[in-house]
Design a protein around this ligand. Structure first.
Ligand code: NAD
Length: 503
């Protein structure tokens, strides 16, 4: 064991829930016939039992949401505004218990829950509480003989399918705009991180009429599939992997239901020769090692101009080697265990594949030895691979783990072509003190977002989402409300004159 791995092996106050988690349907807590275990990635131990929702449970949840829709869609905007604000207040008042719950659930370091997840989720509700007052149609100028107006109309029951990596933020990104626009929702969280969604909805569901918000936990191919293929679901809002997104879209295309798809990513950080390497180094560490690298926006590909390539590579390697890997519940931990042993093994296999294709191992690349109860956890050292010409699979595959590939480039043409060669198009970044060059590159990089001299900046109001295999639709912005509405037109004729077609 090195000094950068946790030394105690025991954390006081480890969570263990005695009662099985319920389904939340129509404002009631419903016991499922079967449960499945939730495993703490820090130790590999079971800490909760989660309800295994069936197609029948999904049916009941959709029916509850469908019947609540008729009332909820007619609530005034000021009522919705007040309720969304109240959700944020409740979460903020309850903030103390969330970091431990989130860290136990998916292994992200406990410091992140309090710093990032809880305030961000609350802020999402506050944002949509504000912008919902701006949910209005318009009149369309069609001459003196007509009055034409549009109205945004809610769609009905929204199926919200979310992943395990930031469940509180993901559920907020789905619920807040869908409810603000007048829809009702059935949420299906990931089977790997279900408890926080159930606890969050339990915390706030009494604010809403029964059936407005429902949660069915369970497995993707059963509960998830039943939900997205339910005939009474009017919109599928999905965040998760690209392959799952494709599968779901195949199904919903049969029913012609609209979908919002927030999928995987493979972000490139493009570093120009004049970049400030102190800032870049901090941004790289945050970009790829925050949240264990299990983030769709992860900057898992660092593309450095050849004049600064060795210098930056050395800096990043030195810093990666000093990262403290440990128990997600330990406040000193900088990088926790990956979500499951299976996912850790997949990340390790991808690293081995890249090495066999010619990448060089510069840091990490192994499972650390951990003490005591942590020996059962799914840890992986932060890893840096050198692949100057970007020809290995590490330059195009999403790792969804703490793995950075460092490449080198010589011309703008070359770096743009290589960065855009990947299937994904979620987020890229450019570091340069030459603004003309930075904007030129930002314009040419093929992704829904490009950051200049920063990474991970996602203030509310700034649309988030991708292009290509990273999906479509935008979250976190005023325009997101329109993702959850359809436009209805009323065209009124103001005169009786008609063209002489029938005379
Ligand atoms: P996943 O695709 O395995 O699962 C996501 C959700 O889909 C889970 O709730 C799962 O139960 C459900 N699901 C699986 N099969 C289904 C089916 N046939 N029908 C309906 N639902 C089904 O993804 P994951 O491993 O939970 O999350 C990691 C992925 O999510 C990464 O690729 C990451 O990039 C992506 N992600 C994207 C964003 C974004 O905003 N673009 C944000 C977070 C995560």
């Amino acid at each position: 064991m090195t000094t950068t791995e946790a030394t105690t092996g025991v954390t006081a106050g480890r969570l263990s829930l005695a009662a099985p988690q319920p389904l939340l349907i129509g404002g009631e807590e419903v016991r499922a016939a079967r449960t499945f275990p939730a495993v703490d990635p820090s130790t590999g131990r079971v800490w909760a039992q989660v309800a295994e929702g069936t197609a029948g449970d999904v049916d009941r949840a959709v029916a509850a949401a469908r019947s609540a829709f008729d009332t909820w869609r007619r609530t005034s905007l000021d009522t919705r505004q007040a309720l969304l604000w109240a959700v944020a207040e409740r979460l903020t008042q309850d903030a103390g218990r969330w970091p431990a719950l989130l860290a136990t659930e998916n292994g992200r370091a406990i410091r992140e829950g309090g710093l990032i997840d809880v305030p961000t989720a609350a802020e999402i509700f506050r944002f949509f509480s504000g912008v919902v007052r701006d949910l209005h149609g318009r009149t369309v100028p069609c001459g003196p003989g007509a009055h034409v107006s549009t109205t945004p109309r809610p769609l009905g029951v929204v199926a919200a399918i979310i992943p395990w990596n930031s469940p509180l933020i993901s559920v907020a990104h789905k619920l807040a705009p869908a409810l603000a626009a007048g829809n009702t929702v059935v949420v299906k969280p990931s089977e790997l991180a279900s408890v926080s969604t159930v606890e969050f909805v339990r915390l706030v569901q009494d604010l809403f009429p029964p059936g407005v918000v429902n949660v069915v936990t369970g497995f993707g191919p059963e509960a998830g599939h039943a939900l997205v293929s339910h005939p009474d679901v009017a919109k599928v809002s999905f965040t998760g992997g690209t392959e799952t997104g494709r599968r779901i879209l195949g199904g919903v295309s049969e029913r012609l239901v609209p979908a919002l798809m927030e999928l995987g990513g493979k972000g490139a950080m493009v570093v120009c020769p004049d970049a400030d390497l102190d800032t870049v180094t901090e941004d790289v560490l945050t970009g790829v090692f925050a949240a264990n690298g299990e983030v769709c926006f992860a900057s898992s590909r660092l593309m450095v101009h050849r004049d600064r390539h060795e210098e930056l590579l050395e800096r990043v390697v030195a810093r990666a080697e000093s990262i403290v890997v440990g128990d997600a519940l330990d406040p000193a931990t900088q990088l926790g265990p990956l979500v499951t042993a299976g996912h850790r093994d997949l990340v390790a296999a991808r690293v081995r594949a890249a090495l066999s294709e010619g990448a060089g191992l510069r840091a990490g690349g192994h499972v650390p030895e951990m003490p005591g109860e942590l020996a059962g956890g799914s840890y992986y050292r932060p890893t840096v691979l050198a692949s100057p010409d970007g020809t290995t699979s590490a330059s195009c595959e999403e790792f969804f783990g703490p793995v950075l590939t460092v490449e080198s480039w010589t011309s703008e043409e070359e770096v743009v072509e290589r960065a855009n060669r990947v299937a994904f198009g979620l987020a890229n970044g450019v570091w340069s003190t030459d603004l003309a060059q930075a904007y030129r590159l930002a314009d040419r990089l093929d992704s829904g977002m490009v950051w200049i001299n920063t990474w991970f900046a996602t203030p509310l109001g700034q649309p988030q989402g991708g292009v290509k295999a990273s999906g479509f639709g935008r979250e976190g912005a005023t325009s997101t409300l329109l993702e959850y509405t359809s436009t209805k037109v009323v065209h009124a004729s103001l005169d009786t004159a008609r063209p002489p077609m029938w005379t």
